[in-house]
Write a protein that binds this ligand. Structure first.
Ligand SMILES: Cc1ncc(COP(=O)(O)O)c(C=O)c1O
Ligand SMILES: NCCCCNCC[C@H](N)C(=O)O
Length: 352
């Protein structure tokens, strides 16, 4: 949070929490002291941000539905449309509420290491790409959103791609009516060693050149390493390797591990005793990864899975009816507060 506040101070950019990554609103009273507001991906998210985070609320969706748009506009400070078709359908309603209207632009370049998460993938549906088509409607717009960074730990890569955006769309950014530009999320400026000052200078120079307010939409960067998934060993077995079955599941509680075929992170991951730490669902590949421990694991042992805040609770599901982890906040004063727990009724009520 302090790094985000410093980036805002140095660059003049505004930082909006990307709720798609993290929506655990019981900690929003702390986060809103360091950020300017939130950005969303749906009617539910924009209402959550408006009601629980406060500050400036941006409404974006790949596609708004007609029955949603009035409520979206009532719960947001800016609305960003994903396509010219959505702008044509809902732009008038947006202008009637005197809400600034933006358009997502796909610059056709990104750094995503995953095709699945690559906004610039072939035939991408994310944003408009043709400068001439955008120019034809620019009198309806006051801003743009470009989201083309994904887990970008390289300032040089960000700087290069921003230069590509300027080369292709700079004449549109200079249009008189354009007052703001969001550069989306995916910029991992909270990583140790990231040249924050360089990023800030680049953002400030961009804002000065085009006379626009710059926004960033950090998701991962807002919550990296801020939570753990606490699990307990239920069973120990062996099949060529030592197997530890825990009371959780990658598919239900850390879905991105399966989606992106990544191991979890358990620390210190040292010692002579190696185990496959496995989930308890029927999915054969429900495995958190292979880790080392200083002593043999026993039933009942506690294991802390690191970096568990981003794209976890927002993706949780009741696969196999596996018990849902509670949400506990470790307050800055050292106390731990149980803010939510889930039971059979939550499971049953999620199904009919
Ligand atoms: C439009 C937009 N903004 C922000 C984000 C947040 O990205 P990250 O969590 O990588 O910072 C995303 C992620 O998909 C996004 O699509
Ligand atoms: N840490 C594993 C890969 C995560 C990729 N995150 C993509 C985030 C992006 N905002 C999206 O939701 O597609």
């Amino acid at each position: 949070m302090q790094r985000i506040a410093r980036l805002r101070e140095l660059s003049g950019a505004k930082a909006l929490l990307a709720l798609k990554c993290f929506s655990t609103w019981s900690v929003f009273p702390l986060m809103c002291q360091y950020m300017d507001g939130s950005t969303s991906s749906s009617l539910h998210e924009v209402k959550l941000g408006f009601q629980k985070f406060g500050g400036e609320t941006h409404a974006y969706s790949v596609a708004f539905a007609a029955h949603e748009i009035d409520e979206v506009l009532a719960n947001s400070d800016k609305v960003i449309f994903n396509s010219l078709g959505q702008l044509a359908r809902f732009g008038t309603a947006a202008h009637a509420t005197h809400k600034p209207v933006g358009l997502r632009v796909n610059p056709g370049t990104s750094n995503s290491p995953y095709l699945l998460a690559d906004p610039a993938r072939p035939h991408s549906r994310l944003g408009e790409a043709d400068p001439d088509k955008i120019a034809a409607v620019i009198d309806q717009l006051s801003g743009f959103m470009f989201h083309n960074n994904c887990e970008n730990r390289s300032f040089e890569s960000f700087d290069h791609m921003l230069g590509q955006i300027e080369a292709r769309f700079g004449h549109l950014l200079q249009s008189e009516g354009i007052a703001w530009v969001s550069l989306g999320g995916g910029i991992h400026f909270c990583d140790e060693g990231y040249p924050l000052e360089q990023l800030a200078a680049r953002l400030r120079a961009f804002a000065d050149q085009y006379q626009v307010q710059v926004y960033l939409e950090p998701g991962e960067a807002s919550i990296t390493n801020s939570a753990t998934l606490e699990v307990s060993v239920l069973d120990i077995n062996v099949n060529g390797k030592q197997l530890a079955i825990v009371d959780s599941s990658t598919e239900a509680h850390m879905l991105d591990l399966l989606i992106y075929n990544l191991p979890a992170r358990i620390e210190p991951n040292t010692g002579e005793h190696a185990y496959l730490v496995c989930g308890k669902t029927c999915l054969a590949g429900d495995i958190f990864g292979e880790f080392r421990f200083e002593a043999p694991l026993q039933v009942g042992d506690r294991i802390s899975i690191q970096d568990a805040a981003g794209y976890t609770m927002v993706k949780k599901n009741w696969f196999n009816g596996v018990g849902m982890p509670s949400i506990v906040v470790a307050r800055l004063d050292g106390t731990e507060e149980l803010v939510q727990s889930f039971g059979f009724d939550d499971y049953v009520n999620s199904l009919s």
